[in-house]
Design a binder for this molecule. Structure first.
Ligand code: D5M
Ligand code: FE
Ligand code: ZN
Length: 517
């Protein structure tokens, strides 16, 4: 049985019912005869063992050294490349393995990480904190909270009054208001009528088509919070907009960075269980993580859609490789085991995962966590603010991006430039401003979808396109996927970016992209 690369070794062990110590895998991978060592280590392992231990492998390697006096180097320091390149029909959990991982001049394995230097803090995980009952009052409460908190970022910038006070003012004066966008309509003469709502009532604002702010109207979404200033008409029935203000990220935002050279891999949309899941690319990715090239990658952040799920879209079952949702998570967990054990992993759910669809989505329940215990990943809500060595990363799956892309003109937001759609969410300081379209929102006492603190990195997925860029110094990354084009995506011309891993330097916020497909 030819074996090449740690990922293949993990897969082989898994298919025989073993988990393995990370170091055990490295030792096997760097041995002269990985397949033989693996066989003998399994023989050496205690009967009924669930985990293949480093000691088991060492026993085998020591025995070998005894009979081969020429091998004087300590085994763990040996950097001989594993040489086999063949294929193995049962090497991966998928039961295939026909694409050999590149072995030409195999890179050296990485050295174990120092866990005392790693740190992760989660600020706003709402798992277990859901208060909403779906009643009308909850909707009122969540919008009141949104207006209060996002309005708070605007009230110091305009001389504002409540809608009812404006309604009572005489015509002709200057006026300001902070409110939620309730309605956007074009008038017969091509101007724009925007109705703002606050806790007291509504007031109509007119943006003239040839004024400065007219080119911002096409990026407004219902239910976002903004402020307007302008002049009341003579009859005081309407205000003419002179300026518009968004909660936005200050241009002066200075991101925090890690104080050592350390990297995070930001991925999403693994879609295990789909016939289109790209296991070969995943195997190459996890093999790479075991190499010296990936020595500085100490974190793996996964922004939702771990599995393909069931019943997500009509006729989705025709493209399922695994039809049981729990079996999908079991398989996902096997793939996750291929990731070096000393990487810290954080995961949030997406719309294909087995949690409620409405956002915010709590982290996986106990049953699912039980399935995914092997790696001790941190499982948090969608969205969540995760601080990695001082760098705050807002993780959000990204369902609202479909809506932003559908509503805004192509030059402002498109599938080809998903990060530009993310810029608008940052500007609105809300991950899912528009209520009631594709994006399902769960009413809660508090609006968990507000971007309260400015993140240093904003990480989303969902649209299966890779794109990144900076908005007011915030790094926005949409991370592609591990699923090839589905029939649906073909029918609507979505050409996914599959098998890429964007890697962020946490000390500089520079991005490099590794391609595995
Ligand atoms: O989403 C992947 C992307 O494809 C995202 O932009 C939504 C879109 N998509 C995929 N399938 C459908 C169907 N059936 N209807 C509407 N939009 C779809 P993902 O969450 O991975 O499915
Ligand atoms: Fe997805
Ligand atoms: Zn999705």
């Amino acid at each position: 049985m030819p074996l090449e690369g740690p990922a293949r070794i993990v897969s082989e062990l898994t298919s025989r019912g073993y988990n393995a110590d990370r170091e055990a895998v490295t030792l096997i991978a760097t041995a002269d005869d990985p397949a033989g060592v693996l066989e003998r280590a399994i023989d050496a392992a205690p009967e009924n063992a669930l985990v293949l231990r480093t000691e088991d492998v060492r026993t085998v390697l020591d025995a070998q050294t005894d009979t081969q006096p020429a091998a004087t180097e300590p085994t763990s320091a040996r950097q001989d490349p594993p040489v086999s390149t063949g294929t193995s029909p049962d090497a991966s959990p998928q039961g295939e393995g026909s694409t050999p991982v590149e072995t030409g001049g195999s890179p050296a394995p990485r050295t174990p990480l120092d866990p005392s230097r790693q740190s992760i803090d989660v600020a706003n995980d709402m798992t277990g904190q859901s208060t909403g009952t779906g009643e009308y009052e909850d909707f009122v409460a969540v919008f009141r909270d949104r207006l209060e908190r996002l309005g708070g970022k605007l009230r110091g910038r305009v001389n504002h009054r409540p809608a009812t006070a404006i309604q009572a003012m005489p015509g002709g004066g200057e006026v300001g208001m902070v409110g939620l966008v309730n309605d956007i309509r074009s008038t017969a003469s091509g101007h724009w009528l925007i109705e703002l709502e606050d806790a007291t009532g509504t007031f109509p604002w007119l943006v003239m088509k040839d004024r400065d702010y007219a080119d911002l109207v096409d990026e407004l979404l219902c239910d976002e919070v903004l402020a307007m200033e302008g002049t009341l008409s003579d009859d005081a029935g309407i205000a003419f907009v002179d300026s518009m203000y968004f909660p936005d990220v200050p241009r002066t935002h200075q991101p925090s960075t890690a104080d050592r050279h350390v990297q995070a891999a930001l991925i999403s949309d693994v879609h295990v269980g789909s016939q289109e899941f790209m296991h070969d690319a995943w195997n190459r990715f996890t093999d790479w993580l075991h190499t010296e090239d990936a020595q500085h990658v100490e974190y793996l952040l996964i922004a939702g859609d771990m599995v393909e799920g069931v019943g997500i879209y009509p006729n989705q079952d025709e493209e399922l490789d695994i039809i049981d949702i729990y079996d999908q998570y079991e398989r996902f967990s096997e793939y996750l085991k291929q990731v070096p054990g000393d990487l810290e992993i954080v995961m949030i759910p997406g719309n294909h995962d087995a949690v409620r669809l409405a956002e915010p989505q709590p982290g996986f329940d106990e049953n699912l966590r039980e399935i995914m215990t092997a790696h001790d990943a941190q499982i948090v809500s969608n969205p969540a603010m995760v601080t990695v060595e001082g760098v705050s990363v807002l993780m959000y799956h990204g369902v609202s991006l479909d809506e932003v892309i559908a509503e805004l003109p192509a030059e402002k937001a498109s599938y080809d430039d998903p990060h530009k759609a993310m810029y608008h969410l940052l500007k609105k300081r809300h991950v899912a401003p528009q209520f009631g379209g594709h994006t399902r929102l769960a009413p809660e006492e508090k609006d968990h979808l507000i971007i309260d603190e400015v993140p240093d990195i904003f990480h989303t997925g969902h649209v299966h396109k890779l794109g990144f860029g900076k908005y007011h110094n915030v790094l926005a990354i949409n991370s592609g996927c591990w699923q090839a084009q589905t029939d649906f995506q073909k029918s609507v011309n979505i050409d996914p970016d599959s098998g890429y891993a964007p890697i962020v330097d946490l000390d500089t916020l520079e991005v490099t992209v590794q391609k595995f497909a």
